[in-house]
Design a protein around this ligand. Structure first.
Ligand code: ASP
Length: 311
């Protein structure tokens, strides 16, 4: 049984395979009319989201259906988990009910691995607390690949609330593995501490700074992250104001840093906080493209986990 709990579950060969499949799906005229439209015929994937989601939840649903599979949605509040059913039993029941995989988003970071321990069905982490969001990161990787930036010596700036971002945590594992140098930029309170869980190889490629100038100078890609107010113990208004004043991406930055070719954000964007609304329709803004890349890579991941080619 293969699970997708963390970026650490993907070695470089697997990432290359996923990218090549994701590219094929992305380039299909319509994601739903692809050569693997029957791959999951008769298979079912359970979707369990106990935190809000638009992109991830709907793109997993689209990905399963584009491959011919069916989706079962579990309402956490109505499931037997609230009666205390163990994660192992839950996974076994879902498998018995005909589910081949479970896509789970949960505020309790340990739940995806507890479900995977039973090894009854493939478990896919769709965001576990602030720990990781691996499928967002591999979707973003496809976006970089399609723009031709993966083959160049890429400097990428991650700007925003990375201390509270599971997307950032997955990228800290993924981007160095792909040879990308990352500058993480934020007010000191939102920088990610000492990056304790990373290997020394990963850490070597990651710089932290509070200076936007330092992060954007020479960077090809700026990946902004949402200010995660729901994860802040107190709503520090002066910090939010400082972020808008000193870090918000505006048109003037695109002129001041001509190396900057692409602006990314995993969404949802707080327009006017992380990024000025005037950049919404800029040709450099790849935010909607990231959504399509996310569906294509989730299709590639489902093929890898359930397609029987890599057993
Ligand atoms: N959608 C991403 C997540 O679920 C990013 C965000 O919410 O800011 O982590």
């Amino acid at each position: 049984m293969i699970h997708a709990l963390s970026i650490d579950d993907f070695d470089e060969r697997t990432l290359r395979l996923l990218l090549s499949w994701g590219k094929e799906y992305f380039e299909a005229e319509d994601l739903a009319h692809n050569p693997d439209a029957e791959l999951l015929a008769g298979r079912r994937v359970a979707l369990w989201f106990d935190e809000p989601s638009t992109r991830t939840s709907l793109s997993f649903e689209a990905a399963v259906k584009n491959l011919g599979g069916g989706v079962v949605r579990i309402d956490e509040k109505c499931s037997s988990a609230v009666k205390g059913e163990s994660w192992g039993d839950t996974a076994a029941v879902l498998a018995e009910l005909g589910c081949s995989a479970l896509v789970i988003r949960t505020s309790d970071a340990d739940v995806p691995s507890a479900l995977a321990e039973e090894d009854a069905l493939s478990v896919i982490n769709a965001g576990n607390g602030t720990v990781e969001h691996p499928t967002q990161a591999i979707g973003d990787l496809l976006c970089l690949e399609l723009s031709g930036y993966l083959s160049t010596h890429l400097k990428l700036a991650i700007v925003g609330d990375s201390a509270h971002s599971r997307v950032a945590n997955s990228h800290f594992r993924l981007l160095p593995k792909c040879g990308i140098d990352v500058t993480v930029c934020a007010p000191a309170a939102w920088l990610p501490g000492s990056l304790p869980s990373l290997s020394s190889r990963e850490k070597e490629r990651i710089q932290l700074t509070t200076s936007l100038e330092e992060a954007l100078s020479g960077a090809t890609v700026a990946m902004y992250l949402r200010v995660q107010k729901e994860r802040h113990a107190d709503n520090n208004i002066s910090l939010y104001e400082e972020f808008i004043e000193k870090y918000q991406l505006r048109s003037e930055h695109l002129s001041r840093y001509p190396s900057l070719k692409m602006v990314m954000h995993p969404g949802p964007v707080n327009w006017g906080i992380e990024i000025s609304p005037s950049l919404r329709n800029s040709p450099k803004c790849a935010i909607l493209r990231q959504v399509r890349c996310g569906v294509a890579m989730r299709m590639a991941l489902l093929r890898y986990l359930l397609g029987g080619e890599e057993e």
